[in-house]
Design a protein around this ligand. Structure first.
Ligand SMILES: [Zn+2]
Length: 347
């Protein structure tokens, strides 16, 4: 085992999801049958200083978290992402049973009962008092893992909480030294916001399909928590009309991504274009032009037949045919101009 992907191995067991994670999957009965990936809960181990030690503790206690991050930067996966791990159960309550947890959790508790069914949990190796500063390797590995999860499940910093948000009374020191402000800065981007699996050399951001994103478009992608699956379909291009649905915008530079459209004008800088609005407009135009093109095609077919007939002794007058063809030609060229305007970005 070891190769990542949410596939199953030959014997039908679930494999690890996170690329590069050490496969320490626990027996299936250590976790719950489902997990809605709606939040991430951060833990520190309170004594287990390595992935292996965390693994032993889990095996001995039948507890689990989804992941752990070692001081040396290694990441282990203990529970597949489709299953709920066992680290986030049971919010603290006062003597009368009132919840003491962060109100963030109220709606989740109401819907899921057990928070393990809607959270991904990440342990971070630390000492018995969770007072050891995280190492750089551990911080880097944790950041990358969390970014990967955020991109995979469309989460952001607001969905990432400490264990003590669930158990302020029983686990006030979990996590101890984890820095949420550091994480927030990392997730916001800068040079760190490289979508998972993309490459950046400081000048050029390259998606896994080999298409480059440069200059302002690169800055935009890096600073907007860009989804790793949102590849550019083609390099950026200068276009005379950015949006057929909004001609007032004029021309500029444009790059088309799988589900986004980035535009640039001198006036506005880089901005996210309204690609849904544009798509609706272009579809409307197609609906208008398509029947007209069909009519012209029928006319051409009929003329071809008549031309073929001219080879026979009883043909039509070639002059008439030539005139009708030239009429169709000029009609086609009108449609071409209209379509040219729509297709501002040949892909
Ligand atoms: Zn904890």
């Amino acid at each position: 085992m070891g190769e990542a992907g949410d596939t199953k191995n030959e014997s039908g067991e679930k494999m690890i999801d996170y690329p590069g994670a050490v496969d320490m999957l626990l027996p299936t009965n250590y976790s719950f049958d489902s997990c809605a990936p709606l939040s991430i809960v951060i833990h520190e181990t309170g004594g287990d200083m390595t992935l292996e030690s965390v693994h032993s503790t889990f095996l001995a206690t039948m507890r689990s978290t989804t992941f752990a991050v070692d001081l040396d930067g290694r990441v282990a996966q203990y529970v597949p992402l489709v299953r709920g791990a066992g680290g986030n159960c049971c919010p603290d309550r006062d003597a009368s049973g009132n919840l003491l947890c962060d109100p963030y959790w109220y709606a989740y508790i109401q819907q899921y009962g057990n928070l393990n069914l809607c959270t991904i949990s990440i342990e971070h190796c630390n000492n018995s008092t969770n007072s050891l500063p995280m190492t750089q390797a551990q911080t880097d590995a944790s950041n990358k893992l969390i970014l990967w999860l955020c991109q995979r499940y469309k989460l952001n910093i607001n969905h990432i909480k400490g264990h003590n948000s669930i158990n302020p009374r029983s686990k006030p020191d979990c996590p101890g030294t984890f820095s949420f402000s550091q994480l927030a800065t990392y997730l916001q981007g800068g040079s760190m916001g490289i979508p998972y699996g993309w490459k950046d050399d400081g000048q050029t951001l390259t998606a896994p399909n080999g298409v480059a994103v440069r200059l302002g478009f690169r800055d935009y992608v890096l600073s907007h928590g860009w989804d790793a699956g949102n590849y550019p379909l083609a390099p950026e291009q200068g276009v005379t009309l950015l949006e057929a649905s909004n001609p007032g915008l004029g021309g500029g530079d444009q790059q088309v991504f799988r589900w986004a459209l980035l535009g640039y004008t001198q006036l506005r800088g880089v901005f996210l274009e309204w690609c849904g609005q544009e798509l609706a407009f272009v579809r409307g135009q197609l609906a208008t032009y398509y029947p007209q093109v069909k009519t012209l095609q029928a006319e051409v077919d009929s003329l071809k037949q008549q031309l073929a007939a001219t080879q026979q002794p009883t043909g039509v007058d070639p002059k008439t045919v030539a005139e009708r063809l030239s009429t169709i030609g000029s009609a086609m060229s009108n449609y071409n101009n209209a379509i040219q305007q729509l297709v501002t970005q040949p892909l």
